[in-house]
Design a protein around this ligand. Structure first.
Ligand code: FE
Ligand code: FE
Length: 357
């Protein structure tokens, strides 16, 4: 079995990727068993790693052999978007291993002949995300079930995936429980990806996402004190709705403690729960990231994720409408900023459509 780290994966956003050499070394440490061979074929070729080119090369090296290409079932769903995907199926059998329980890939796009080249591997799915692993590493913890100790040591010794936020993490871990800490890491990661996609400052987005819920586990009385010291009075709707306090107390705490002086980050935290009209790009990113981060699993989450792929505004319109409807149907008060956010997105969308017409 060949393990092939890619040079530049065509389907991944550029971002925090360890260098090719480091990834090759980590593969070697992780696959020491002699049944595996770590191949630098894609790294040696350089540039974007198209699977079809790798398979062509392998076919030349092993002309007599049948090739089986193992991917995650989530990647199978995107196969028809790959460069020369039809040739890929001619060169190799595709073996898809399920990444999550109950996932059934849609094969209707393939011809009968192509379907015969696709093998769904009947293996127990192993649900794990790279974000989860980075969190474990950032905390200096070991988890032999998820990452081999040798690889973990390598990552630490070479300071891979170090995003310079460890001081913030240390403070956060004193204020947040494990569940909220994990959520914050996921929002941070997601905000960075969105920032990359929509042209915002990636580092600011990463930090704002990480800190957005900083006072979520702070007691109500402590939050009220922080808010009072900030001099910003709570409105009537806010007083009876403690769920929105943490966006106000969070921003106030970050400012008061001197941890954050950047106004853009402060306002992204300040409005992440309710949203508002005329949101800045960073506010939109943190607001959306909070809804679609990897840890979220409410029923419509994939709908919102798809919307966010196309437009932040569409995603915000959907989520603010959802929030308004949910609150109203439970006889709960709706924060005026949420209503203004919803209206704003609706008008902007309408304008966009009118312009098209
Ligand atoms: Fe929050
Ligand atoms: Fe949150």
């Amino acid at each position: 079995m060949l393990i092939i780290p890619s040079c530049i994966p065509p389907h991944k956003l550029p971002g925090k990727l360890a260098s090719g050499e480091d990834r090759l070394n980590m593969c070697r440490l992780a696959f020491e068993d002699e049944r595996f061979e770590v191949s630098s074929i894609e790294l040696d070729r350089g540039s974007k790693s198209y699977t079809v080119e790798t398979l062509r090369e392998l076919k030349k090296i092993y002309p007599e052999d049948e090739l089986y290409f193992i991917i995650g079932s989530d990647m199978l769903a995107t196969l028809t978007g790959w460069y020369l995907w039809e040739e890929i199926l001619e060169l190799a059998y595709i073996c898809a291993a399920s990444r999550e329980n109950g996932f059934v890939p849609d094969l209707s796009v393939f011809t009968d002949e192509q379907k015969e080249r696709i093998i769904l591997l009947d293996v127990e799915p192993f649900e794990v995300s790279s974000t989860e692993i980075r969190v474990i590493i950032a905390r200096g913890e070991q988890s032999p079930a998820l990452i081999s100790p040798k690889v973990a040591d390598y990552i630490r010794e070479n300071s891979l995936y170090d995003d310079g936020l460890s001081d913030y993490r240390k403070l956060l871990s004193e204020k947040l429980d494990d569940y909220r800490m994990h959520h914050s890491e996921c929002v941070s990661e997601c905000a960075a990806v969105l920032a990359e996609k929509y042209g915002a400052d990636v580092e600011k987005a990463r930090l704002a996402g990480l800190l957005h819920d900083v006072t979520k586990n702070t007691s109500k009385s402590d939050q009220l004190e922080i808010i009072e010291r900030s001099g910003e009075p709570l409105s009537r709707v806010e007083i009876i709705n403690p769920k929105v306090w943490h966006q106000i107390s969070g921003a106030a705490f970050l400012k008061e403690s001197g941890m954050i002086t950047d106004e853009e980050i402060l306002s992204a935290v300040r409005w992440h729960t309710t949203g508002r009209a005329d949101m800045t790009l960073l506010e939109k990113i943190v607001y959306v990231a909070d809804f679609i981060s990897a840890d979220r699993d409410y029923p419509d989450v994939n709908v919102v994720r798809r919307l966010a792929e196309k437009s932040l505004e569409d995603a915000i319109l959907y989520t603010s409408r959802y929030t308004v409807l949910k609150l109203a149907s439970s006889d709960l008060p709706i924060h005026p900023a949420t209503v203004e956010c919803y209206n704003d997105m609706l008008f902007k969308l309408k304008n966009r459509k009118d312009n098209v017409l």
